[in-house]
Design a protein. Structure first.
Ligand SMILES: [Zn+2]
Ligand SMILES: [Zn+2]
Length: 89
């Protein structure tokens, strides 16, 4: 049976289901599934709103964490050197 809509569900293989459906949400199987997009980094289908798969979302957060940590260390290091200059005077 063919419908007027095409299921846009993205399989893990990267293929789109493309079955005909009477519902814009997708075919009978995928109607209740979240819409998935290929990951920006690796192309793996993901339902995440950020457009990245769990693996690369984690990578993003880890990178952010270390960036913030480095900023903190830099601030602290500057304070230390300021104090050093002060105590020497
Ligand atoms: Zn489908
Ligand atoms: Zn990915």
């Amino acid at each position: 049976m063919r419908g007027k809509y095409t299921c846009k569900y993205l399989h893990n293989s990267g293929e789109i289901c493309s079955k005909g459906s009477m519902h814009p949400e997708g075919c009978r199987l995928h109607r209740n599934c979240k819409e998935r997009k290929p990951c920006e980094e690796c192309g793996k289908p993901t339902a995440s709103v950020s457009g990245k798969c769990p693996l690369h979302i984690r990578g993003y957060y880890v990178a952010e964490y270390y960036r913030k940590l480095r900023e903190k260390v830099n601030e602290y290091g500057e304070q230390l050197s300021d104090n050093d200059g002060f105590s020497r005077q």
